[in-house]
Design a protein around this ligand. Structure first.
Ligand code: GDP
Length: 318
C-alpha cells in the first residue's frame, strides 16, 4: 500500500518512524512542513525537516524529540558569550547540518535536493520531501501582534494569545518536485499527529496539495489526547480560538468528505472513547487505540493499526 504522510516536527516524526518501520521504502513518502523554517545566525534552519530526518536516521535526541543525541553546545555558548543571540538552541552537531544546508542553498541547490542528499548520507531509505522549495513563513497573529513562528514558539514560549495564523508566501509557493505525483499515486494519505494549525495547515495550503488529497482516502491521528496536546501549544491554540480541544475538534478542523473537507477517518486515543459517537455522527470513521507513541514498538503498533484502518476504508470504497 502506497502511503503519503503529512508531518510537522516532533509528533510527525514519531508517527513517521512507525510508518517507516511498517512500510518498504517505495511505499512511503513523507511531506514535511517548512512553514517553521527561518534564518538564525545567518543560517537556514528547517526544524521540522531536521526532526523527521534525525528521527528516521536514529540520531535524534530521545528526550527532547528535536535536535541531535549526544549533543554539545560549545559554539552556541561562545556566540552568547560574545553577545550574540542564543534563544534558539542549536547544538554543535546540529549546527553542522545548518552550515552545510546554507552552503548548498548558496550554490543553487534546492531544499528538496539538499534534503535528498542529507537523507542518503544519514542512511534514510524512505522518501522525505519538503512541502515546497519556495519560502513560506508561518506567522502567529496574537494579542501581541504578528509574530514569526519560532519567535512565538521558542523565544516567547507560546505565551501570546493566538488570534489566527498567516502563511506568508504560500500563495506563490509551488509544491516541491514529487509532492503532487506521490499524492496522486497514494492509496492512503496519513495526517500525522502534528499541530493542525501550524504544522499541517501550511502543508495543505500549498497550491494543489489540498485538491490532490481530497479524492484520496485520508486518515488523521489526533494530537489531542484527553483534552491536551502531548507536547506544544496545539490545545492552547484551540482554546484561544474558542474551540474546546478534543479529537472531535481535530476531525472538524480537517472536515469530513461530506462537508467539503479532506478526512475520511480519525484515529483517537483510548482515553477519548467518549467522543466516538459524536465524531461518527459528524461523518468520520473512527479508530480507537493507544496513540501515545514514545517507544519504537508503540510507533510500529500504531502504524500497523493505522494501515489496517486505511486498508479497510479503501476496501469499503472500492
Ligand atoms: P512541532 O513542529 O515539533 O510542534 O511538531 P508537530 O506539530 O509534528 O508535533 C506537535 C504535536 O504532536 C502536538 O500537538 C502533540 O500533541 C503531538 N504529539 C506529540 N507526541 C505525540 C504522541 O505520542 N501521540 C500523539 N497522538 N500526539 C503526539
Amino acid at each position: 500500500m502506497r502511503v503519503v504522510a503529512l508531518a510537522g516536527g516532533v509528533g510527525g516524526a514519531k508517527m513517521v518512524d512507525g510508518l517507516a518501520q511498517a512500510l518498504p521504502p517505495n511505499d512511503l513518502t513523507v511531506i514535511v512542513n517548512t512553514g517553521d523554517d527561518f534564518e538564525f545566525l545567518g543560517l537556514k534552519i528547517c526544524p521540522d525537516l531536521d526532526t523527521v530526518c534525525y528521527t528516521l536516521a536514529g540520531i535524534a535526541n530521545p528526550s527532547t524529540g528535536w535536535g541531535r543525541a549526544d549533543e554539545t553546545w560549545n559554539a552556541l555558548e561562545n556566540i552568547v558569550a560574545l553577545g550574540g543571540p542564543g534563544w534558539f538552541r542549536l547544538g554543535d552537531k546540529d549546527l553542522g547540518t545548518h552550515f552545510e544546508r546554507t552552503r548548498l542553498l548558496k550554490t543553487g541547490c534546492s531544499l528538496s535536493q539538499i534534503t535528498d542528499r542529507f537523507c542518503k548520507s544519514w542512511g534514510i531509505i524512505h522518501r522525505i520531501l519538503p512541502m515546497s522549495d519556495d519560502p513560506v513563513s508561518t506567522i502567529v497573529c496574537s494579542n501581541q501582534g504578528e509574530i514569526p513562528f519560532q519567535e512565538y514558539f521558542v523565544r516567547l514560549r507560546c505565551e501570546p494569545k493566538v488570534i489566527g495564523f498567516k502563511f506568508n508566501g504560500v500563495k506563490l509557493a509551488r509544491p516541491s518536485p514529487g509532492v503532487l505525483e506521490s499524492i496522486k499515486q497514494a492509496d492512503l494519505v496519513v495526517i500525522c499527529p502534528s499541530n493542525p494549525w501550524v504544522s499541517v495547515d501550511p502543508i495543505i495550503s500549498v497550491d494543489g496539495i489540498f485538491d490532490g488529497i481530497k479524492p484520496q482516502v485520508v486518515i488523521a491521528i489526533s494530537p489531542i489526547i484527553g483534552g491536551r496536546a502531548v507536547k506544544g501549544p496545539a490545545a492552547k491554540m484551540f482554546v484561544e480560538l474558542g474551540i474546546k480541544p478534543s479529537p472531535a475538534a481535530v476531525a472538524n478542523h480537517y472536515g469530513s468528505k461530506q462537508n467539503d473537507g479532506i478526512l475520511n477517518g480519525i484515529v483517537i486515543d483510548n482515553v477519548d472513547e467518549i467522543y466516538k459517537n459524536q465524531i461518527s455522527e459528524l461523518g468520520f470513521e473512527v479508530l480507537i487505540t493507544e496513540t501515545v507513541i514514545n517507544s519504537p514498538s508503540a510507533r510500529l503498533q500504531l502504524a500497523q493499526n493505522v494501515l489496517l484502518f486505511g486498508r479497510n476504508l479503501l476496501e469499503s470504497f472500492t
